[in-house]
Write a protein that binds this ligand. Structure first.
Ligand SMILES: Nc1nc2c(ncn2[C@@H]2O[C@H](COP(=O)(O)OP(=O)(O)O)[C@@H](O)[C@H]2O)c(=O)[nH]1
Ligand SMILES: [Mg+2]
Length: 450
């Protein structure tokens, strides 16, 4: 797809609305406008115009706006046609513009051009999609911060620190007689430490951002009849899963998306964990385990009336994924009295509630927020994606590798090489270094017209 094509698409969503907007971008905008409108509108002035077909009949009439490049969204000449928001009218208008020499835009192509013309970096371009797709006010605010370049600035700060470190090492390589001393310097050690700390801070911020965008996944697990499905229903606020007194009711995974004060959560209810299950239930249990491995947290539900010491948890513990945090939920507190919630120093956090009466549910919600540090989200949270976290992780591992090589062999060249790799991984986040392939994947997930 050539970058010099002129592209066209409806910018407003399909459907009916008071206004529908068609956007055109590229070098042929002036000539297309001249034929379509009879004249090129004044730059950045909204003017009334008729949008004419080949027979000079109006297809529609409305506002025409011309943004001469480079001062436009894409950095190219852009024409916006604000007509009426009917699918047929908009399609006729797009077809007419195409007839006059434009090509229909690919998904995300307007924003991709904005990126290629340095109107925004890659993290900002992604933030546009995140802003449009935001599922909560908090997510929208974080996306807006990323769009304004806050996240990019944080990443660039980290990149600078890595570059400084590399420059320092490379300077050592340039003076071979002193190289060994130089690389053994304590100063270098301290610089590495500072970069590590910097990574930690950026990762923290990106993880929060990803959480806000993509949500945290919570798996509800426990013995049959502990009240897992009842808890899911409570959190969802309606009867999503079937609840009966018969053990083994839930077999398939039941998924619900909820939000707690704007923090999105994916909650999964699973088959009860037990030994003597039939084939269907055993498959349900296998899936429960698979979901737990992918979870951000497991809520292990105990029937506290029946098992006040949470023996079920101790029995299952060995089969639970080691690196996924657990919260013990002592359910049915309406039946049991004196449940020992007062936290034992060891073991997972525990809290008592009743999925039946709703008692203790607020504590659980607050607990889930605290677990992910959601309370601190307000100040300066940016939106981020898994892609960013992966790149940060790769960069951090390369810095660690650089440090190892420094310690083990004092091989300056190799240290510098690893640091160069780390720098490149960081550049992928903002798009200062990208492959065609990566761009295709990112912009391909946008909708047409963005
Ligand atoms: N008294 C009481 N009964 C509950 C509570 N939670 C669930 N139950 C009952 O326990 C039984 C099993 O509940 P269910 O949610 O299907 O458990 P699951 O097998 O773990 O999904 C049902 O009869 C529920 O009504 C609770 O907090 N208090
Ligand atoms: Mg169930």
């Amino acid at each position: 797809m050539s970058r010099t094509d002129t592209i066209v698409a409806a910018a407003t969503p399909p459907g009916r609305g008071g206004i529908g907007i068609v956007r055109v971008s590229g070098p042929r905008v002036p000539e297309i406008a001249a034929v379509l409108l009879g004249e090129l509108p004044l730059p950045r002035r909204a003017g009334f115009a008729r949008f004419l077909d080949a027979a000079q009949e109006p297809i529609d009439a409305g506002l025409a706006l011309f943004f001469p490049g480079p001062h436009s969204y894409t950095g190219e000449h852009v024409l916006e046609l604000h007509g009426h928001g009917g699918p047929l009218v908009l399609e006729a208008l797009v077809a007419r513009v195409a007839e006059l020499g434009a090509r229909r835009a690919l998904p995300g192509e307007f924003t991709q051009r904005a990126f290629l013309n340095n109107k925004l970096d890659l993290a900002q371009a992604e933030a546009i999609a995140d802003l449009i797709d935001a599922g909560s006010r908090e997510a929208a605010r974080a996306a807006m911060r990323s769009l304004q370049g806050e996240f990019s600035a944080i990443v660039r700060g980290l990149t600078e620190a890595v570059i400084d470190l590399r420059t320092y090492v490379e300077a050592a390589i340039d003076f071979p007689e002193e190289e060994i001393d130089f690389l053994a310097d304590r100063e270098l050690e301290e610089r590495f430490q500072a970069v590590h700390d910097h990574f930690k801070a950026v990762e923290q911020s990106a993880r929060q951002g990803r959480l806000l965008r993509e949500g945290m996944t919570i798996v509800i697990a426990g013995r049959p009849n502990a009240g897992k499905s009842s808890l899911l229903n409570r959190l969802a606020g309606y009867d999503a899963a079937i609840v009966t007194p018969i053990p083994g009711t839930t077999r398939d995974i039941v998924r619900e998306r909820i939000d707690i004060d704007g923090m999105p959560l994916h909650i999964l209810d699973t088959a009860g964990l037990r030994e003597d299950a039939d084939v269907v239930e055993a498959e349900g249990i296998r899936r429960a385990h698979a979901e737990m491995r992918r979870a951000d947290r497991v809520l292990f539900v105990i029937d506290a009336a029946d098992d006040p010491d949470a023996a079920a948890y101790r029995e299952e513990k060995g089969r639970l994924p080691v690196d996924i945090p657990v919260t013990l939920v002592l359910n049915k507190c309406d039946l049991a009295t004196g449940i020992p919630v007062a936290d034992t120093m060891t073991g997972p956090p525990r809290l008592a509630l009743s999925a039946l009466t709703g008692e203790g549910l607020d504590t659980l919600r607050a607990h889930l927020k605290t677990c992910v540090g959601y309370q601190t989200l307000e100040a300066g949270t940016v939106s981020a994606r898994q892609r960013h976290l992966d790149a940060l992780d790769r960069a951090r591992r390369q810095v660690a590798e650089a440090e190892r090589r420094l310690r083990d062999s004092r091989a300056g060249e190799l240290v510098a090489e690893e640091l160069r790799g780390a720098q490149q991984a960081l550049n992928e986040i903002t798009g200062d270094f990208t492959s065609e392939d990566l761009l295709g994947r990112i912009f391909g997930s946008f909708c047409i017209g963005k």
